[in-house]
Write a protein of this length. Structure first.
Lengths: 446, 234
């Protein structure tokens, strides 16, 4: 099988006159990394991988050995639709290996591969469809730090001469050229905020797609002199950008989350999976929401979850169980609402799967549905219902993660240690920063 | 006869766990040069310098391996003449595999019939009347099987490998309705574990790449599966 994939790639490079092949991979923080090789080197790269020095990639450094191998995954080979005419370029995602050919511990894609494989061994395939929100702003000019929205439209607005609408349309065209079908796209609630919903696919392909998605959104915007950002909360006082994840597990052709006899049409397996997510939600939040800024989105009043709870139709909870259209068994799924689009999708998907699978393996009990508006309840009533809050800051989240045996096992020691070190430094830098808020508030009055 | 058959371009590869004595006898008596193999690698290693001109594939034992061998042969060389040997209970296995063989012979065979079929296979395959097309065309869609390139209305389609394989299979069988399971087993192979949902995902991607105007080349047949092009019932 692999030989034919390889032939297909090599032949396409030849036939389409590809001049440059970009090898893509992702660092621990979720930044897309790339280096280019000439077509002449591709055959060798597909066979043996390309050696490079990983020591300056975030999360790749090791004590003894800095060289690693990038091994292209020929299934992900695609022509890049925005390359110059006459100088076609292609991209291919890589798995990172140590020089001895074993999976490199610092590679997020290998971490997700491991979890997807473990689920496969139980006969399960993990499907994800993300709803990704982001903002368009005017290109930042020197001196003005405040982001300037392109418009003041609102949810589902269709404005005349809608610059953002044209950008969205072009973005979707490019996404579909790169095998990323789009389900919906619309103007979101906040000024200049957009949402694009991708169609479900298996978790590994989807993590690759999210990486490609972020690049295409930024690329298309930049070509029109616009800045696109996945920062979770760029504007105070309006809602931030989330990445809600619709998830399901399939056993062959059957949706393992569906049970027609259940009042919520959820199978026992789905309920244990949800219980796993709820039990371990706080522990995995540092990964699903990895910046200082992430926690300015997770506050009451802006459609972002604050409490660890689930409900069928309550958008204030962490997990929502959407009603499947026409009761379609294949569409039964759960929506996990806390992640933001600035996360590393490989690691976030890995931890969600690990937490859910833990719930299945240990037969966790799903707590009762919380269908009241949790934002209106005081702490005592919440405590009585046993409803916890998500971590309130990056520092809180790191503290919970540090004690989590689940996260340690799921990420592996290398990434676990590196991530905590890196993010503690980020928190320290933030904590020592004197902000405009403090100057405005205290400088005159004290 | 023997002299003619021994001329260049008369070497046959026989895939079988154990080459049946009847098969060996007929080929020997007719003067063919042949070699029994049990894998694609072995066939490649033993190929004469001018290549195999025909293949006889015994599908009675290890039929999956036999069909995989046929598929590999086609990938390597679309012009090689392929005959499959099957038992009476296996006729159903021929369904949807028309692309993989040129002729078949039911076992047990009559030696004279088998010899005639082999002769005809090699004749049609070395005669200049046979130019097996390596291009699949349907309306504005064209697939070049040799270069793996696809175009729609002369515009190149940039496809991933699995998208290409799926489109190729559909375009080679226009008008037929395929269930997801059949597509999965024929395009992805039995070893794939993703389930039939993978098929839906790839169909969506293909439609998106074909573009609005041509997306309807692939029709969804409700609660059955997919059909490429017009239904043969009009």
């Amino acid at each position: 099988m692999l030989d034919q994939h390889r032939d297909y790639v090599l032949r396409t490079v030849e036939e389409r006159g590809v001049r440059l092949v970009r090898l893509w991979f992702t660092d621990v923080l979720g930044n897309l990394k790339s280096f280019a090789i000439s077509p002449a080197e591709l055959e060798n790269a597909l066979e043996d991988g390309m050696t490079f020095d990983g020591s300056s990639i975030d999360g790749f450094s090791r004590v003894q050995e800095s060289d690693v191998l990038a091994v292209p995954d020929p299934d992900t080979f695609e022509l890049i639709p925005w390359s110059e005419p006459g100088a076609a370029e292609a991209r291919v995602f890589c798995d990172i290996q140590s020089l001895d050919g074993t999976p490199f511990q610092g590679d997020p894609r290998q971490v997700l591969r491991r979890h997807v494989q473990a689920a496969h061994e139980q006969g399960l395939t993990f499907y994800i469809a993300p709803d990704i929100e982001f903002f368009y702003f005017e290109q930042p000019t020197k001196g003005s730090q405040r982001p300037k929205p392109l418009d003041h439209g609102s949810y589902f607005d269709l404005t005349t001469r809608d610059a953002a609408g044209d950008l969205r349309k072009e973005t979707i065209r490019k996404l579909e050229q790169m095998s990323i079908p789009v389900e919906y796209s619309f103007h979101e609630d906040a000024p200049s905020q957009q949402e694009i919903d991708l169609r479900h696919t298996d978790a590994l392909t989807m993590a690759d797609s999210v990486m490609t998605f972020r690049l295409i959104v930024k690329e298309v915007a930049a070509s029109q002199g616009v800045h696109a950002t996945f920062m979770p909360k760029p504007l105070e006082g309006v809602q931030g950008s989330g990445m809600h994840l619709h998830m399901s597990l399939f056993r062959g052709d059957d949706n393992a989350f569906f049970d027609g006899d259940d009042e919520h049409q959820l199978s026992p397996l789905a309920k244990s999976f949800m219980a796993g997510l709820i039990t371990h939600a706080a522990e995995i939040t540092a990964i699903t929401n990895q910046t200082v800024n992430s926690y300015k989105r997770l506050v009451p009043g802006f459609e972002a979850p604050v409490h660890v709870s689930w409900a069928r139709n309550n958008r204030s909870g962490l997990i929502r169980v959407p009603i499947a259209k026409k009761g379609n068994p294949l569409a039964t799924r759960i929506e996990y609402r806390s992640p933001d689009p600035g996360c590393n999708p490989y690691l976030a998907f890995s931890l969600l799967l690990a937490a859910g699978m833990r719930g299945i393996e240990q037969g966790y009990e799903l707590p009762d549905e919380a269908d009241a508006n949790l934002f209106e309840m005081d702490d005592a009533s919440l405590a009585k219902l046993g409803i916890q809050q998500l971590p309130q800051s990056l520092s809180d989240a790191l503290r919970v993660m540090e004690r989590s045996e689940l996260v340690y096992e799921a990420l592996g020691e290398h990434i676990f240690e590196w991530f905590l070190r890196n993010k503690r430094r980020e928190w320290r830098d933030y904590k020592t920063h004197v902000s405009q808020f403090e100057l405005d508030r205290y400088l005159g009055s004290m | 006869v023997t002299a003619a058959n021994a001329a260049r371009g008369r070497s046959i590869v026989v895939f079988a766990e154990h080459v049946a004595p009847d098969v060996a006898r007929v080929l020997d008596l007719a003067g063919y040069s042949w070699k029994g193999v049990t894998s694609s690698d072995e066939a490649a290693e033993n190929a004469p310098t001018d290549g195999w001109v025909g293949a006889i594939i015994d599908c009675r034992d290890a039929s999956e391996a036999a069909w995989a061998f046929a598929r590999n042969l086609r990938k390597e060389d679309v012009t090689i003449g392929v005959m499959v040997l099957i038992g009476g209970g296996q006729l159903g296995d021929l369904d949807l595999r028309d692309d993989l063989f040129d002729d078949f012979c039911l076992m047990p065979f009559h030696p004279t019939e088998f010899e005639a079929r082999v002769r005809h296979l090699l004749w049609s395959n070395t005669g200049d009347t046979d130019v097996r097309s390596d291009v699949v065309e349907y309306g504005e869609l064209m697939l070049n099987l040799e270069t793996y390139q696809a175009t729609i209305a002369k515009r190149p389609l940039d496809l991933t490998y699995m998208e290409y394989e799926l489109l190729k299979f559909l375009a080679q069988n226009p008008g037929k309705v395929f269930t997801r399971e059949i597509l999965l087993s024929r395009v992805w192979g039995y070893e794939y574990y993703g389930g039939a949902r993978t098929v839906d995902v790839h169909i969506r991607r293909l439609r998106a790449k074909l573009g609005e105007e041509y997306a309807n080349l692939i029709a969804t047949v409700r609660s059955v599966g997919y059909r490429f092009g017009q239904s043969r019932w009009g």
